[in-house]
Design a protein around this ligand. Structure first.
Ligand SMILES: Nc1ncnc2c1ncn2[C@@H]1O[C@H](COP(=O)(O)OP(=O)(O)O)[C@@H](O)[C@H]1O
Ligand SMILES: [Mg+2]
Length: 239
């Protein structure tokens, strides 16, 4: 489903931030991508979306990531940006949710049916005609997720989905993420959220894999986490 084969990338020549990175994510897996600030998590996401191009080979949505396949890959991949303001660019939630389905050639009736179905599933009907600029941070994040789901993606990439959310909205997002059956790659340093949403964790350190295994095992390894400027999830440190 997603594969990195010896991928390297540098923003500036000579300073590689992704180094010879290889991993595979199978269809239906939920994988947490963790690591200290600057480890390369967001860069991996951007490479996967074809926003950046490096060396090596990337397979996404079963297709080789190149300029020719990019439109189809983008269509099959939903991406939740860290800052929802970068994502919601139409006046209302409804306008944003309709945009991609209409763009992909659906009739207005079909698109509207899909929008209503997603809003109902996320219990967000009340936000349908809300103005994006009047939403709270948590509402905006939920609306961004709804917009992505209206595209019916095969894969969902999320970059720091719980950053800047209050505890209530954080719990809500975690519950909604767990309700999604798609293949998921979630980058975050909120390790409690990763533990609650992912069965597998890839730990990045300076653009390389420092660990790749069961979430319960990687997130329990205090020495490994501390060496990577991370802390044990609260729910594991209390036991
Ligand atoms: N646009 C950019 N130009 C130059 N360097 C960048 C840019 N974006 C990120 N970097 C650098 O690349 C490295 C990886 O960054 P990033 O992928 O954002 O890490 P993370 O998401 O894990 O915090 C960091 O050293 C960061 O400073
Ligand atoms: Mg980042």
């Amino acid at each position: 489903m997603i594969e990195f084969k010896k991928v390297s990338f540098a923003y500036e020549t000579g300073k590689e931030v992704i180094r010879d990175l290889s991993f595979t994510i199978r269809g239906g897996e939920a994988v947490g991508l963790i690591g200290a600030n600057g480890a390369g998590k967001s860069t991996v996401m951007k490479l996967l979306l074809g926003l950046l191009f490096g060396e090596g080979e990337i397979i996404s949505a079963g297709l080789r990531l190149d300029k020719a396949n990019l439109p189809l890959i983008r269509r099959k991949t939903g991406f939740i940006l860290q800052d929802s303001d970068d994502q919601m660019f139409m006046p209302t939630v409804y306008d944003d949710m309709m945009f991609a389905p209409l763009n992909y050639g659906m009739t207005k009736e079909e698109a509207e049916r899909r929008v209503d179905e997603v809003l109902e599933r996320l219990e967000l009907q009340a936000l349908k005609h809300s103005y994006n600029h009047k939403l709270s941070g948590g509402e905006k994040k939920m609306a961004a997720i709804a917009t992505i789901l209206a595209m019916e993606p095969e894969t969902i990439l999320m970059d720091e989905p719980t950053a800047a959310l209050d505890p209530y909205n954080r719990r809500l997002i975690i519950r909604r993420i767990n309700g999604l059956s798609q293949t998921k790659l979630i980058a975050s340093h909120d390790l409690d959220m990763i533990l609650d949403t992912c069965e597998r964790v890839i730990l990045l350190s300076e653009g390389r894999i420092a660990a790749d295994g069961k979430a319960e095992e990687v997130l329990r390894d205090k020495a490994l986490l501390e060496a990577n400027h991370l802390e044990l999830p609260l729910s594991l440190s209390r036991r």
